[in-house]
Design a protein around this ligand. Structure first.
Ligand SMILES: Cc1cc2nc3c(=O)[nH]c(=O)nc-3n(C[C@H](O)[C@H](O)[C@H](O)COP(=O)(O)O)c2cc1C
Length: 195
């Protein structure tokens, strides 16, 4: 994102960059802190902060990816070479991967669903915070978000959920936009309709 882009112009063309197009450099430590600080500035009913972050960068990305391959081969020893390579590089595709972890839980006042929604807001906000710092990003989950052993390796507890693994880096790849829903397909006006 160009840093002088007006917010309305940014929102008109906001899109993700495919993970295969994300390269070095990634954000510095200070930039990661700034991105996390902006990302956590979201609507959050009850001010529970029902989410947390795990930053994966450097060698741990390769170590985790090797473990993903091991788990994937346990499930399917016949995994193709391409699929093995996809596992071996799963967390190496971007210089920085940030796990957004939902801690949503039953609460006396705040519905759990609303806590989950707040974690989704964090993920989108993180994409935008990364772009505001001149990086590109992509929100992924993939099988590792739903596999108990992968989650344990990732440092995510059994009573938590992975809301997303936000891949952050750089790219000059011109991303073609994807089809967006027609408003006529998704909007109804209640009551007397449009003013
Ligand atoms: C919760 C969530 C999980 C996603 N996980 C994946 C995934 O595992 N693999 C994938 O190819 N895309 C996944 N996507 C879609 C990518 O983020 C995709 O690049 C994005 O929807 C493109 O939309 P945008 O250009 O409007 O940002 C996921 C999206 C969401 C919201």
């Amino acid at each position: 994102m160009q840093n002088d882009l007006k917010l309305i112009d940014y929102l008109r063309q906001r899109h993700s960059t495919p993970v295969a197009q994300i390269k070095e450099p990634g954000p510095s430590d200070a930039e990661i802190e700034a991105i996390l600080s902006l990302a956590s500035r979201v609507p959050d009913h009850g001010k529970l902060a029902p989410w947390r972050f795990i930053v994966y960068r450097g060698a741990v990305r390769g170590e985790l990816s090797a473990e993903f391959l091991r788990l994937a081969l346990e499930k399917d020893p016949e995994l193709s070479d391409a699929a093995q390579e996809a596992e071996r590089t799963r967390f190496l595709r971007a210089p920085v991967v940030i796990g957004v972890v939902s801690k949503a839980a039953p609460h006396v006042k705040i519905p759990e669903w609303e806590q989950v929604l707040s974690a989704g807001a964090v993920c989108l906000n993180m994409l935008m915070a990364a772009e505001a710092h001149g990086f590109v990003a992509n929100w992924r989950t993939e099988w590792i978000a739903y596999d108990a052993r992968a989650l344990e390796l990732l440092g995510i507890a059994p009573d938590e959920k992975a809301a997303g693994f936000i891949h952050i880096g750089s790219s000059d790849f011109p991303v073609p936009d994807r089809p967006r829903p027609e408003l006529s397909q998704i909007v109804t006006y209640a009551g007397e309709g449009r003013g």
